[in-house]
Design a binder for this molecule. Structure first.
Ligand code: 6PG
Length: 469
Protein backbone atom coordinates (compact mmCIF):
# COMPACT_ATOMS: atom_id res chain seq x y z
CA UNK A 1 0.00 0.00 0.00
CA UNK A 2 1.76 3.22 -1.03
CA UNK A 3 1.06 6.16 1.21
CA UNK A 4 -0.33 9.54 0.13
CA UNK A 5 1.44 11.43 2.87
CA UNK A 6 4.16 10.92 5.45
CA UNK A 7 4.76 12.14 8.98
CA UNK A 8 8.25 12.15 10.49
CA UNK A 9 8.33 12.52 14.27
CA UNK A 10 5.73 10.90 16.48
CA UNK A 11 5.63 13.10 19.56
CA UNK A 12 2.06 14.14 20.41
CA UNK A 13 1.79 16.78 17.67
CA UNK A 14 3.12 14.39 15.02
CA UNK A 15 0.82 11.57 16.13
CA UNK A 16 -2.24 13.77 16.13
CA UNK A 17 -1.42 15.29 12.77
CA UNK A 18 -0.96 11.81 11.28
CA UNK A 19 -4.37 10.78 12.65
CA UNK A 20 -5.93 13.98 11.33
CA UNK A 21 -4.59 13.35 7.81
CA UNK A 22 -5.69 9.70 7.95
CA UNK A 23 -9.18 10.74 9.01
CA UNK A 24 -9.53 12.69 5.72
CA UNK A 25 -9.19 9.48 3.72
CA UNK A 26 -5.47 9.42 3.10
CA UNK A 27 -3.00 6.66 3.73
CA UNK A 28 -0.24 7.92 6.00
CA UNK A 29 3.28 6.56 6.44
CA UNK A 30 4.88 7.34 9.78
CA UNK A 31 8.44 7.26 11.04
CA UNK A 32 9.99 8.04 14.38
CA UNK A 33 13.70 7.93 15.31
CA UNK A 34 13.03 5.52 18.14
CA UNK A 35 11.14 2.43 17.05
CA UNK A 36 9.41 2.01 20.37
CA UNK A 37 7.34 5.17 19.87
CA UNK A 38 6.17 4.01 16.43
CA UNK A 39 5.17 0.59 17.72
CA UNK A 40 3.33 2.12 20.66
CA UNK A 41 1.49 4.56 18.37
CA UNK A 42 0.45 1.75 16.03
CA UNK A 43 -0.73 -0.41 18.91
CA UNK A 44 -2.61 2.26 20.86
CA UNK A 45 -4.03 4.58 18.24
CA UNK A 46 -3.97 3.08 14.77
CA UNK A 47 -6.05 -0.07 14.84
CA UNK A 48 -8.01 -0.37 11.62
CA UNK A 49 -6.50 2.84 10.33
CA UNK A 50 -4.63 3.41 7.09
CA UNK A 51 -1.34 4.14 8.81
CA UNK A 52 1.85 2.50 7.54
CA UNK A 53 4.58 2.13 10.17
CA UNK A 54 8.17 2.39 8.97
CA UNK A 55 11.35 1.89 10.92
CA UNK A 56 13.99 3.65 8.87
CA UNK A 57 13.96 6.78 6.77
CA UNK A 58 14.70 4.65 3.71
CA UNK A 59 11.66 2.48 4.39
CA UNK A 60 9.60 5.62 5.04
CA UNK A 61 10.62 7.20 1.73
CA UNK A 62 9.91 3.98 -0.16
CA UNK A 63 6.44 3.77 1.37
CA UNK A 64 5.37 7.08 -0.16
CA UNK A 65 3.86 7.54 -3.61
CA UNK A 66 5.78 9.86 -5.94
CA UNK A 67 6.05 12.85 -5.86
CA UNK A 68 6.43 12.26 -2.14
CA UNK A 69 4.69 14.55 0.29
CA UNK A 70 5.67 14.62 3.92
CA UNK A 71 5.72 16.71 7.05
CA UNK A 72 8.45 16.91 9.66
CA UNK A 73 7.15 17.21 13.21
CA UNK A 74 10.47 17.08 15.02
CA UNK A 75 12.06 19.47 17.50
CA UNK A 76 13.22 22.71 15.89
CA UNK A 77 16.97 23.25 15.62
CA UNK A 78 19.68 20.58 15.39
CA UNK A 79 17.16 17.69 15.54
CA UNK A 80 15.53 18.98 12.34
CA UNK A 81 18.92 19.40 10.66
CA UNK A 82 19.89 15.85 11.63
CA UNK A 83 16.75 14.41 9.99
CA UNK A 84 17.10 16.55 6.87
CA UNK A 85 20.72 15.58 6.39
CA UNK A 86 19.66 11.95 6.12
CA UNK A 87 16.38 12.59 4.33
CA UNK A 88 17.39 14.84 1.40
CA UNK A 89 19.71 12.28 -0.29
CA UNK A 90 16.88 9.71 -0.19
CA UNK A 91 14.35 11.96 -1.95
CA UNK A 92 13.84 12.75 -5.62
CA UNK A 93 13.45 16.01 -7.43
CA UNK A 94 9.85 17.22 -7.15
CA UNK A 95 9.20 15.77 -3.68
CA UNK A 96 7.68 18.07 -1.08
CA UNK A 97 8.95 18.46 2.48
CA UNK A 98 6.92 20.49 4.96
CA UNK A 99 8.65 21.57 8.16
CA UNK A 100 5.77 21.87 10.62
CA UNK A 101 7.90 22.75 13.66
CA UNK A 102 8.57 26.13 15.20
CA UNK A 103 11.80 26.63 13.23
CA UNK A 104 13.67 29.92 13.35
CA UNK A 105 13.08 31.69 10.06
CA UNK A 106 16.79 31.96 9.29
CA UNK A 107 17.13 28.16 9.59
CA UNK A 108 14.21 27.82 7.20
CA UNK A 109 15.95 30.07 4.64
CA UNK A 110 19.06 27.93 4.90
CA UNK A 111 17.09 24.67 4.53
CA UNK A 112 15.20 25.99 1.49
CA UNK A 113 18.59 26.49 -0.17
CA UNK A 114 19.73 22.99 0.77
CA UNK A 115 16.47 21.43 -0.45
CA UNK A 116 16.71 23.40 -3.69
CA UNK A 117 20.03 21.72 -4.48
CA UNK A 118 18.18 18.38 -4.56
CA UNK A 119 15.21 19.83 -6.51
CA UNK A 120 13.04 19.36 -3.40
CA UNK A 121 10.19 21.74 -2.61
CA UNK A 122 10.57 22.91 0.98
CA UNK A 123 7.76 24.56 2.89
CA UNK A 124 8.44 26.25 6.24
CA UNK A 125 5.01 25.96 7.77
CA UNK A 126 3.70 27.20 11.09
CA UNK A 127 1.14 24.92 12.68
CA UNK A 128 -0.77 26.21 15.64
CA UNK A 129 -3.38 24.75 17.90
CA UNK A 130 -1.58 22.46 20.29
CA UNK A 131 -2.43 18.78 20.62
CA UNK A 132 -6.12 19.20 20.08
CA UNK A 133 -5.67 21.44 17.06
CA UNK A 134 -3.29 18.97 15.43
CA UNK A 135 -5.92 16.25 15.76
CA UNK A 136 -9.09 18.15 14.91
CA UNK A 137 -7.90 21.09 12.84
CA UNK A 138 -4.96 23.46 13.36
CA UNK A 139 -4.29 26.82 11.75
CA UNK A 140 -1.70 26.31 9.01
CA UNK A 141 0.66 29.08 7.90
CA UNK A 142 2.63 27.90 4.88
CA UNK A 143 5.49 29.63 3.14
CA UNK A 144 8.27 28.78 0.73
CA UNK A 145 8.07 27.13 -2.61
CA UNK A 146 4.71 27.91 -4.26
CA UNK A 147 4.85 24.93 -6.60
CA UNK A 148 5.41 22.67 -3.61
CA UNK A 149 2.47 24.24 -1.79
CA UNK A 150 0.16 23.56 -4.70
CA UNK A 151 0.98 19.86 -4.42
CA UNK A 152 0.04 19.63 -0.76
CA UNK A 153 -2.63 22.31 -0.64
CA UNK A 154 -5.53 19.88 -0.85
CA UNK A 155 -4.31 17.84 2.11
CA UNK A 156 -3.41 20.89 4.23
CA UNK A 157 -6.74 22.58 3.55
CA UNK A 158 -8.62 19.40 4.48
CA UNK A 159 -6.86 18.97 7.83
CA UNK A 160 -7.08 22.66 8.83
CA UNK A 161 -9.56 24.15 11.24
CA UNK A 162 -12.57 25.73 9.60
CA UNK A 163 -13.17 29.31 10.64
CA UNK A 164 -15.93 31.79 9.85
CA UNK A 165 -14.21 32.53 6.54
CA UNK A 166 -13.20 29.04 5.47
CA UNK A 167 -10.31 26.67 6.16
CA UNK A 168 -7.58 28.26 8.25
CA UNK A 169 -4.76 27.42 5.91
CA UNK A 170 -2.92 29.65 3.50
CA UNK A 171 0.24 30.09 1.52
CA UNK A 172 1.71 33.38 2.65
CA UNK A 173 4.68 33.91 0.40
CA UNK A 174 8.21 32.92 -0.49
CA UNK A 175 11.10 31.93 1.75
CA UNK A 176 10.53 31.72 5.45
CA UNK A 177 7.26 33.71 5.41
CA UNK A 178 5.19 30.88 6.95
CA UNK A 179 7.53 30.39 9.87
CA UNK A 180 7.87 34.14 10.31
CA UNK A 181 4.08 34.52 10.55
CA UNK A 182 3.98 31.67 13.11
CA UNK A 183 6.79 33.28 15.11
CA UNK A 184 4.88 36.55 15.35
CA UNK A 185 1.73 34.57 16.16
CA UNK A 186 3.65 33.23 19.15
CA UNK A 187 4.86 36.73 20.08
CA UNK A 188 1.22 37.83 20.18
CA UNK A 189 0.40 34.65 22.13
CA UNK A 190 2.99 35.58 24.77
CA UNK A 191 1.58 39.13 25.03
CA UNK A 192 -2.05 38.02 25.41
CA UNK A 193 -1.06 35.41 27.99
CA UNK A 194 0.88 38.02 29.95
CA UNK A 195 -2.04 40.47 29.77
CA UNK A 196 -4.38 37.81 31.14
CA UNK A 197 -1.86 36.97 33.88
CA UNK A 198 -1.68 40.66 34.86
CA UNK A 199 -5.49 40.98 34.97
CA UNK A 200 -5.59 37.84 37.12
CA UNK A 201 -2.93 39.29 39.43
CA UNK A 202 -4.84 42.57 39.81
CA UNK A 203 -8.00 40.67 40.70
CA UNK A 204 -6.30 38.10 42.88
CA UNK A 205 -3.67 40.04 44.83
CA UNK A 206 -5.25 43.46 44.30
CA UNK A 207 -8.94 42.82 44.86
CA UNK A 208 -8.53 39.56 46.83
CA UNK A 209 -11.05 37.80 44.61
CA UNK A 210 -11.46 34.03 44.78
CA UNK A 211 -10.59 31.83 41.82
CA UNK A 212 -14.28 31.07 41.23
CA UNK A 213 -15.17 34.77 41.15
CA UNK A 214 -12.32 35.48 38.75
CA UNK A 215 -13.47 32.58 36.58
CA UNK A 216 -16.87 34.24 36.30
CA UNK A 217 -15.24 37.52 35.23
CA UNK A 218 -13.25 35.74 32.52
CA UNK A 219 -16.40 33.91 31.42
CA UNK A 220 -18.20 37.23 31.07
CA UNK A 221 -15.31 38.78 29.15
CA UNK A 222 -15.16 35.72 26.92
CA UNK A 223 -18.84 36.17 26.10
CA UNK A 224 -18.20 39.73 25.02
CA UNK A 225 -15.61 41.57 22.96
CA UNK A 226 -12.76 39.46 24.31
CA UNK A 227 -14.23 36.21 23.07
CA UNK A 228 -11.20 34.04 22.31
CA UNK A 229 -9.49 30.77 23.08
CA UNK A 230 -7.03 32.11 25.68
CA UNK A 231 -9.82 33.74 27.71
CA UNK A 232 -11.90 30.58 27.46
CA UNK A 233 -9.11 28.38 28.84
CA UNK A 234 -8.34 30.90 31.59
CA UNK A 235 -11.87 30.49 32.96
CA UNK A 236 -11.44 26.72 32.91
CA UNK A 237 -8.05 26.94 34.61
CA UNK A 238 -9.47 29.10 37.40
CA UNK A 239 -12.32 26.66 38.01
CA UNK A 240 -10.05 23.62 38.41
CA UNK A 241 -9.70 22.47 42.01
CA UNK A 242 -6.77 20.32 43.14
CA UNK A 243 -8.25 17.04 44.40
CA UNK A 244 -5.52 16.57 47.04
CA UNK A 245 -5.78 19.94 48.75
CA UNK A 246 -9.15 21.29 47.72
CA UNK A 247 -7.42 24.50 46.63
CA UNK A 248 -7.60 26.08 43.18
CA UNK A 249 -4.95 24.22 41.19
CA UNK A 250 -3.59 27.42 39.68
CA UNK A 251 -2.57 28.62 43.17
CA UNK A 252 -0.38 25.55 43.58
CA UNK A 253 1.57 26.02 40.34
CA UNK A 254 5.11 27.37 40.63
CA UNK A 255 5.23 30.95 39.33
CA UNK A 256 8.10 30.48 36.92
CA UNK A 257 7.10 30.71 33.25
CA UNK A 258 9.07 28.61 30.79
CA UNK A 259 9.64 29.44 27.16
CA UNK A 260 10.96 27.71 24.11
CA UNK A 261 12.14 30.84 22.36
CA UNK A 262 9.60 31.91 19.75
CA UNK A 263 8.52 35.05 21.65
CA UNK A 264 12.16 35.98 22.09
CA UNK A 265 12.85 35.46 18.37
CA UNK A 266 9.85 37.59 17.52
CA UNK A 267 11.23 40.40 19.67
CA UNK A 268 14.77 39.98 18.34
CA UNK A 269 13.49 40.29 14.81
CA UNK A 270 11.33 43.32 15.71
CA UNK A 271 14.51 44.98 16.98
CA UNK A 272 16.45 43.95 13.89
CA UNK A 273 13.96 45.50 11.49
CA UNK A 274 13.09 48.48 13.71
CA UNK A 275 9.47 47.54 14.27
CA UNK A 276 7.88 48.71 17.54
CA UNK A 277 6.69 45.65 19.46
CA UNK A 278 7.09 46.68 23.13
CA UNK A 279 4.10 44.74 24.49
CA UNK A 280 5.43 41.52 23.01
CA UNK A 281 8.94 42.36 24.27
CA UNK A 282 7.72 43.10 27.80
CA UNK A 283 5.87 39.80 27.85
CA UNK A 284 9.10 37.98 27.07
CA UNK A 285 10.91 39.92 29.80
CA UNK A 286 8.07 39.17 32.23
CA UNK A 287 8.77 35.46 31.72
CA UNK A 288 12.49 36.12 32.20
CA UNK A 289 11.83 37.93 35.49
CA UNK A 290 9.43 35.19 36.61
CA UNK A 291 12.24 32.69 36.16
CA UNK A 292 14.30 34.50 38.83
CA UNK A 293 12.19 32.87 41.53
CA UNK A 294 14.88 32.52 44.20
CA UNK A 295 16.10 36.11 43.74
CA UNK A 296 12.54 37.39 43.90
CA UNK A 297 11.86 35.52 47.11
CA UNK A 298 14.95 37.11 48.70
CA UNK A 299 14.26 40.57 47.30
CA UNK A 300 10.76 40.57 48.78
CA UNK A 301 12.28 41.02 52.24
CA UNK A 302 14.87 43.57 51.12
CA UNK A 303 13.05 45.98 48.83
CA UNK A 304 10.06 47.65 50.41
CA UNK A 305 6.79 48.48 48.64
CA UNK A 306 3.04 48.82 49.13
CA UNK A 307 0.88 45.93 50.27
CA UNK A 308 -0.66 45.08 46.85
CA UNK A 309 -4.17 45.94 47.98
CA UNK A 310 -6.28 47.86 45.50
CA UNK A 311 -8.68 50.13 47.30
CA UNK A 312 -11.22 50.84 44.60
CA UNK A 313 -14.83 49.95 44.12
CA UNK A 314 -14.65 46.40 42.80
CA UNK A 315 -17.31 46.73 40.09
CA UNK A 316 -15.89 50.01 38.83
CA UNK A 317 -12.38 48.61 38.81
CA UNK A 318 -13.52 45.51 36.90
CA UNK A 319 -15.25 47.70 34.32
CA UNK A 320 -12.04 49.69 33.89
CA UNK A 321 -10.05 46.48 33.76
CA UNK A 322 -12.21 45.11 30.94
CA UNK A 323 -11.38 48.13 28.77
CA UNK A 324 -7.75 47.94 29.84
CA UNK A 325 -7.43 44.32 28.83
CA UNK A 326 -9.18 45.00 25.52
CA UNK A 327 -6.69 47.76 24.69
CA UNK A 328 -3.67 45.71 25.74
CA UNK A 329 -4.75 42.63 23.79
CA UNK A 330 -5.41 44.85 20.80
CA UNK A 331 -1.94 46.39 21.22
CA UNK A 332 -0.47 42.89 20.97
CA UNK A 333 -2.28 42.23 17.69
CA UNK A 334 -1.56 45.74 16.42
CA UNK A 335 2.17 45.38 17.06
CA UNK A 336 2.23 41.86 15.62
CA UNK A 337 0.50 42.89 12.39
CA UNK A 338 2.74 45.93 12.17
CA UNK A 339 5.81 43.73 12.53
CA UNK A 340 4.53 41.42 9.80
CA UNK A 341 4.10 44.38 7.46
CA UNK A 342 7.57 45.71 8.26
CA UNK A 343 9.12 42.26 7.85
CA UNK A 344 7.23 41.72 4.63
CA UNK A 345 8.77 44.89 3.15
CA UNK A 346 12.20 44.13 4.52
CA UNK A 347 12.27 40.45 3.59
CA UNK A 348 10.12 40.40 0.45
CA UNK A 349 7.42 38.14 1.87
CA UNK A 350 4.55 39.96 0.18
CA UNK A 351 2.24 39.17 3.10
CA UNK A 352 -1.46 39.87 3.03
CA UNK A 353 -2.52 40.98 6.53
CA UNK A 354 -6.20 40.25 5.87
CA UNK A 355 -5.28 36.69 4.94
CA UNK A 356 -3.14 36.32 8.08
CA UNK A 357 -6.09 37.51 10.19
CA UNK A 358 -8.36 35.07 8.37
CA UNK A 359 -6.07 32.10 9.03
CA UNK A 360 -5.84 33.03 12.72
CA UNK A 361 -9.65 33.02 13.12
CA UNK A 362 -9.80 29.35 14.13
CA UNK A 363 -7.55 26.49 15.17
CA UNK A 364 -4.67 28.55 16.54
CA UNK A 365 -3.90 29.67 20.08
CA UNK A 366 -4.62 33.37 19.40
CA UNK A 367 -7.95 32.75 17.69
CA UNK A 368 -10.39 35.47 18.69
CA UNK A 369 -13.62 36.99 17.53
CA UNK A 370 -11.91 40.33 16.93
CA UNK A 371 -9.85 38.84 14.07
CA UNK A 372 -12.92 38.86 11.83
CA UNK A 373 -13.11 42.62 12.23
CA UNK A 374 -9.35 42.92 11.75
CA UNK A 375 -9.46 41.00 8.47
CA UNK A 376 -12.20 43.35 7.31
CA UNK A 377 -10.18 46.41 8.25
CA UNK A 378 -7.10 45.12 6.37
CA UNK A 379 -9.21 44.26 3.34
CA UNK A 380 -10.36 47.87 3.21
CA UNK A 381 -6.88 49.25 3.86
CA UNK A 382 -4.14 46.67 3.26
CA UNK A 383 -1.31 49.02 4.31
CA UNK A 384 -2.96 50.30 7.48
CA UNK A 385 0.09 50.91 9.72
CA UNK A 386 -1.70 50.25 13.01
CA UNK A 387 -5.09 48.66 13.60
CA UNK A 388 -5.94 51.28 16.24
CA UNK A 389 -6.28 53.80 13.41
CA UNK A 390 -9.34 51.99 12.01
CA UNK A 391 -12.71 53.10 13.39
CA UNK A 392 -13.77 49.99 15.35
CA UNK A 393 -10.42 49.78 17.12
CA UNK A 394 -10.05 53.52 17.63
CA UNK A 395 -13.33 53.25 19.53
CA UNK A 396 -11.86 50.60 21.84
CA UNK A 397 -9.07 53.05 22.65
CA UNK A 398 -11.44 56.02 22.99
CA UNK A 399 -13.78 54.15 25.32
CA UNK A 400 -11.14 52.36 27.35
CA UNK A 401 -8.26 54.75 27.81
CA UNK A 402 -9.44 56.72 30.83
CA UNK A 403 -10.25 53.46 32.64
CA UNK A 404 -6.83 52.16 31.65
CA UNK A 405 -5.18 55.23 33.16
CA UNK A 406 -7.07 54.59 36.41
CA UNK A 407 -6.09 50.92 36.45
CA UNK A 408 -2.49 51.95 35.82
CA UNK A 409 -2.50 54.39 38.71
CA UNK A 410 -4.09 51.86 41.08
CA UNK A 411 -1.75 49.06 40.02
CA UNK A 412 1.32 51.22 40.51
CA UNK A 413 0.03 52.56 43.83
CA UNK A 414 -0.48 49.00 45.06
CA UNK A 415 2.86 47.72 43.75
CA UNK A 416 1.44 45.09 41.40
CA UNK A 417 3.58 44.84 38.26
CA UNK A 418 1.75 45.21 34.94
CA UNK A 419 4.46 45.34 32.28
CA UNK A 420 2.27 44.42 29.31
CA UNK A 421 -0.50 46.86 30.24
CA UNK A 422 2.06 49.59 30.90
CA UNK A 423 3.79 49.00 27.61
CA UNK A 424 0.52 49.19 25.70
CA UNK A 425 -0.42 52.62 27.00
CA UNK A 426 3.12 53.95 26.63
CA UNK A 427 3.19 52.65 23.10
CA UNK A 428 -0.10 54.31 22.23
CA UNK A 429 0.71 57.55 24.00
CA UNK A 430 4.01 57.68 22.11
CA UNK A 431 2.44 56.74 18.80
CA UNK A 432 -0.16 59.51 19.09
CA UNK A 433 2.41 62.14 20.12
CA UNK A 434 3.29 64.44 17.25
CA UNK A 435 6.30 65.51 19.27
CA UNK A 436 8.35 63.20 21.47
CA UNK A 437 11.39 64.07 23.60
CA UNK A 438 13.73 62.51 21.05
CA UNK A 439 15.02 66.04 20.39
CA UNK A 440 16.74 65.79 23.77
CA UNK A 441 18.31 62.48 22.84
CA UNK A 442 19.59 63.98 19.59
CA UNK A 443 21.06 66.93 21.50
CA UNK A 444 22.81 64.57 23.93
CA UNK A 445 24.17 62.44 21.08
CA UNK A 446 25.49 65.55 19.44
CA UNK A 447 26.93 66.82 22.73
CA UNK A 448 29.05 63.80 23.56
CA UNK A 449 29.62 62.28 20.15
CA UNK A 450 29.18 65.00 17.51
CA UNK A 451 26.50 62.77 15.98
CA UNK A 452 24.76 65.85 14.50
CA UNK A 453 21.06 66.64 14.42
CA UNK A 454 18.38 68.06 12.17
CA UNK A 455 16.28 71.13 13.02
CA UNK A 456 12.56 71.67 12.70
CA UNK A 457 12.94 75.24 11.42
CA UNK A 458 15.55 74.86 8.68
CA UNK A 459 17.01 72.20 6.38
CA UNK A 460 20.46 70.73 6.81
CA UNK A 461 22.55 68.77 9.26
CA UNK A 462 23.83 70.62 12.33
CA UNK A 463 26.46 70.23 15.01
CA UNK A 464 26.86 72.46 18.04
CA UNK A 465 29.95 72.90 20.20
CA UNK A 466 27.84 72.57 23.31
CA UNK A 467 30.58 73.40 25.86
CA UNK A 468 31.45 76.62 24.09
CA UNK A 469 29.29 79.60 24.75
C1 6PG B 1 0.81 26.96 19.09
C2 6PG B 1 1.76 27.23 20.22
C3 6PG B 1 2.83 26.19 20.24
C4 6PG B 1 3.52 26.07 21.57
C5 6PG B 1 4.33 27.24 21.92
C6 6PG B 1 4.66 27.30 23.40
O1 6PG B 1 0.63 27.88 18.32
O2 6PG B 1 0.26 25.87 19.04
O3 6PG B 1 2.33 28.48 20.08
O4 6PG B 1 3.67 26.45 19.16
O5 6PG B 1 2.61 25.79 22.55
O6 6PG B 1 5.50 27.17 21.19
O7 6PG B 1 5.70 28.15 23.50
P1 6PG B 1 6.50 28.41 24.83
O8 6PG B 1 6.93 27.06 25.33
O9 6PG B 1 7.64 29.26 24.36
O10 6PG B 1 5.55 29.08 25.74
Amino acid sequence: MSADFGVIGLAVMGQNLALNVESRDYTVAVYNRTRFRTDEFMRDKCEGKRVVPTHSLKEFVEALSVPRKMILMVKAGPATDAVLEQLFPLLSSGDVVIDGGNAHYSDTEKRIQQAGKHGIHYLGTGISGGEDGALHGPAIMAGGDREGYEQVEEILVKIAAVGPEGPCCAYFGPGSSGHYVKMVHNGIEYAIMETIAEAYDLMSRGLKMTAQKMASVFAEWNNGDLSSYLFEITEKILRRVDPDTGKPLVDLILDRAAQKGTGKWSTQSALDIGSPAPTIAMSVFARVISALKEERVEAQDVLSGPDNKISADRDEFLRDLFGTVKITVLAAYAQGFRQLQDASRERGYNLDSAEVARVWMAGCIIRARTLTQMAQVFREEPDLPLVFLATPFREVWDKGQSGLRRVLAQAHASGIPIPAIDSAIDFLDAYRSARLPANMIQAQRDFFGAHTYKRIDKDGVFHTKWEEG
